[in-house]
Design a protein. Sequence first.
Length: 265
Amino acid sequence: MGVVNVTPDSFSDGGRWFSPEAAVAHGLQLLDQGADILDVGGESTRPGADRPIQEEELDRVIPVIRALSRAGARISVDTMRASVAAHAVEAGASIVNDVSGGLADPEMAQVVASAGVPYVVMHWRGHSDSMQDRTSYGDVVADVCSALSERVVDLCAGGVRRDQIILDPGFGFAKLAGHNWSLMAHLGELQSLGFPVLIGTSRKVFLGRLGVPPGGEPRSPAQRDAATAATTVLAGLAGVWGVRVHDVVSSVDALRVVSAVEAAR
């Protein structure tokens, strides 16, 4: 899953693909590089980010989704708003990726149920302006698995089918570095919930702190692609459904290595 950020304030690219023309060109490039899905989002979810109003989010993503869909791309819309999800599906999106797992907008379950599309349900504890104040866990793996299981129950009660659901443990969302590493080390427990799993570690700050002395500045997002590819290898070995990445080339190569090793067993 290649990331297409149509935002002016993304942590990873700082608005490089903000214009519709640039976003579409970037999406087509990611397809050429081997992306199976393009994840188009118009709201930055970096810690501390402000939310755009609904109309602005629609203006950002709908033209890009429409153009990329017409070009033959399989599109995921990255949104927490039910209305944006509904318009995106009409424009050609075939997956809804909701980092709030339906908690930010109570109408999301109905929209997804009606559309019948795959629905990525992420572990979430609050919006970007407050999520890093909610990083207290007993056992992060057990707590995340329990919270995701509760979301599944609630969403299915709202009409979403179990076979639509894809789970995401929410790396970096209301989690400290140790929490992220624990989740990475226990992907099997996430898999045991019985749903496809999407992993989104790409360029996140816990990767940027690897090898950096305590108190030092983490490496820049663009310098985190090798570490991201390493997490892609671990995800591939665990058999996850997908990885959401900014640099498609390195993760495609990483998965080719996993595939070659598995074929040789």
